[in-house]
Design a protein around this ligand. Structure first.
Ligand code: CA
Length: 227
């Protein structure tokens, strides 16, 4: 079965896409925002991603960049944006195709089939959603971290933080995003949680936790993972 990940924040459109695709025997997962999309992409391993560019938590182009850090899964961009430089940005970031809203469902399905076909015929190395640095590797499916040939034990909270950071390589992830994603709270006096857990992660993953090479602090803003 071909698995599709639909990333779209318009519930009506999601419903239409899910019903149409399921009727054609696709397996469909839906993500209402970019963070969920990145997590589902790693866990569910879709054969193709249909991605709206205007998402509530991040720009769709950032989702494409984060995906391209570890996967060649075909990405079909769905967007209301007509401007051609938006299309260029999406394609440059690694999208495979682009369709403008409002779209014809049959055309979308045809492009979806074409994207899957191209991916199947393209020679490619077997893909493991593995984030690799010189210091450690993160297996996003097995949820395992290895460093110097040893499995590193992380608490669920440490894992969640690390997962968010490594699926956004090179991007600033704000304190607010992290607190919301991991603890379900908004910014307040809770930024000390973040400092404590980041310090723990660095002790486990960094050669010199006081001078981090991979888990970088952006003072006053948030954190960034550099591979
Ligand atoms: Ca949208």
């Amino acid at each position: 079965m071909t698995r599709v990940l639909v990333v779209e924040d318009d519930p009506q459109l999601v419903r239409a896409l899910v019903i149409t695709m399921q009727a054609r025997h696709y397996g469909v997962d839906a993500a209402p925002d970019g963070a969920t999309a990145l997590r589902l992409a790693a866990v569910r391993r879709p054969d193709v991603v249909v991605l709206d560019l205007g998402l509530p938590d991040m720009d769709g182009v950032e989702v494409i960049k984060a995906l391209r850090g570890w996967t060649r899964v075909p990405v079909l961009v769905l967007s209301a944006r007509q401007a051609s430089d938006e299309k260029v940005d999406a394609l440059d970031a690694g999208a495979d195709d682009y369709i403008t809203k409002p779209f014809n469902m049959n055309e979308l399905l045809a492009r979806l089939r074409a994207a899957v076909r191209r991916a199947e015929t393209a020679p490619s190395a077997p893909e493991v959603p593995l984030v690799t640095t010189d210091g450690f590797t993160v297996d996003l499916v097995a949820k395992k971290v290895r460093r110097a040939d040893h499995d590193i034990r992380l608490t669920p909270t440490e894992w969640h933080l690390l997962e968010i950071l490594v699926t956004h390589p090179g991007c600033l992830v704000t304190q607010k995003q992290l607190l919301h994603e991991v603890w379900g709270v908004t910014l307040g006096n809770k930024t000390n949680y973040l400092r404590v857990y980041m310090a723990q992660l660095r002790r486990k993953l960094e050669a010199d936790p006081s001078r981090p090479r991979y888990l970088i602090t952006e003072p006053g803003m948030g954190y960034r993972f550099e591979a």
